[in-house]
Design a protein around this ligand. Structure first.
Ligand code: PLP
Length: 414
């Protein structure tokens, strides 16, 4: 692979190859990451890179869009089929852009949004003060129950009735349990709010029936395509038919110019994979692995936010191990395990330090790992936390990780 680049620009090629090696050699436990298939990578680097196609199928502002129309319609149809959506816009360049387009479609500057607090699992684009979402809109942050870590629907309902937000967002970046979309709908109806689900993290699980669907409860559903869904880096908006026109207008020309047709081609390829029966078993294994990882961590004395998991991720509360999330992220990296620090509900540490670490199983499951490997990974993590700054002990774990990952190559046909 990459033979042309290797010959024409060895400097760029070498960095790409080093990144490839890093992915192969380490245990990728970042809950929002995955390994797209060779087919998806090929589509993403295809000749569609060269093409401008502002507008939508049948209504473009450029000539030569015959095949752009064909591939975009295919991506739309496959996406609608996967999720049972009435309308899909596959042009958003990212999850954040997808969310922005929905806000622009239904809100005016200064309108209020009720969303999960960032420290309780929400995402930056759901209203962080430094994000456009927190700057343009009045945010009502919903906090989870501090004792259980679970979404507190009763408290949220009270908040919604007191504040009457125009939009309620359900969806999270760091919540290991099932989200009750029906309950959210009841709250939105009582408050007279639009309801948007951001299923970026759980999209693959939803597609495979491993997590309840946000349809028919939500007016809008946004997602990224690169997490559990295992596609290229990008976003999608789905909605009820009645909202199709305002969504499409806000994506283009509202916030974007030319769609990235090569990524839309890769989305079509990834959606094709998601429609195959193997995808269902893959998603089922993600959840089984996540539960096995949670059980292994509990056996090794870790505390988990909400006590366990129903989905692809585990959120570890490190306070009983006297270690911050920042330190844990660094020592795990030295041990060959890639993860990210994460705030936990009621976190006493700053967001850049945190008391938690978020772990996910989508990527290791893609390489074929199963419950037995999750048990070993929990042990590696425990040994790394016990080793602390002891580089020799961390290097020993790293060697074991490398031996283990070598048995589960990602890009096998190379
Ligand atoms: N929404 C949620 C729930 C996310 O977790 C993320 C990213 O992690 C996003 C949106 C943003 O996606 P992107 O990084 O593509 O903008």
């Amino acid at each position: 692979m990459f033979e042309h680049l290797k010959n024409s620009d060895k400097e760029v090629y070498d960095i790409i190859e080093r990144e490839h090696r890093r992915q192969e050699d380490n245990l990728e436990m970042i809950a929002s990451e995955n390994f797209a298939s060779f087919s998806v990578l090929e589509a993403a680097s295809s000749f569609f890179t060269n093409k401008y196609a502002e507008g939508y199928p049948g209504k473009r502002y450029y000539g030569g869009c015959l095949y752009c129309d064909e591939i975009e319609l295919m991506a739309i149809e496959r996406c609608k089929r996967i999720f049972g959506a009435e309308h899909a816009n596959v042009q958003p360049l990212s999850g954040t852009a997808a969310n922005m387009a929905v806000y622009f479609a239904v809100l005016e500057q200064g309108d209020s949004i009720l969303s999960m607090d960032l420290a309780h699992g929400g995402h930056l684009s759901h209203g962080h003060p430094l994000s456009f979402s927190g700057r343009f809109y009045k945010i009502i942050p919903a906090k989870n129950n501090l004792e259980t870590g679970l979404i507190d629907y009763e408290r949220m309902e009270k908040l919604a009735l007191e504040n009457k937000p125009k939009l309620i967002i359900c969806g999270a970046s760091a919540y290991p349990r099932i989200i009750d979309f029906k309950r959210y709908r009841e709250i939105a109806d009582k408050a007279g709010a639009y309801l948007m689900a951001d299923i970026a993290h759980i999209a693959g699980l939803v597609a495979a029936g491993e997590h309840p669907s946000p349809f028919p409860f939500c007016d809008f559903v946004t997602t990224t395509t690169h997490k559990t869904l295992r596609g290229p880096r990008g976003g999608v908006i789905m909605s009820k038919k009645e909202h199709a026109a305002i969504i499409d207008r806000q994506v283009f020309p509202g916030i974007q110019g030319g769609p990235h047709m090569h990524i839309i081609a890769a989305k079509a390829a990834a959606f094709g994979e998601a429609l195959k029966p193997e995808f269902r078993s893959y998603q089922r294994q993600i959840v089984k692995n996540s539960k096995a990882l949670a059980a292994g961590l509990l056996r090794n004395g870790f505390t988990l936010v909400t006590g366990g998991t129903d989905n692809h991720m585990v959120l570890v509360d490190l306070r009983n191990r006297n270690m911050t999330g920042k330190t844990a992220q660094n020592i795990l990296e030295d041990a060959g395990i890639t993860a990210n620090k994460n705030s936990i509900p009621g976190d006493p540490e700053k967001p850049f330090v945190t008391s938690g670490i978020r772990l996910g199983t989508p990527a290791v499951t893609t390489r074929g790992m199963k419950e037995a490997e999750m048990t070993r990974i929990a042990e590696f993590i425990n040994r790394a936390v016990e080793a602390g700054e002891n580089k020799k002990a961390l290097n020993a774990i790293r060697d074991e990780v490398k031996t283990m990952t070598a048995d589960f190559p990602i890009y096998k046909s190379e």
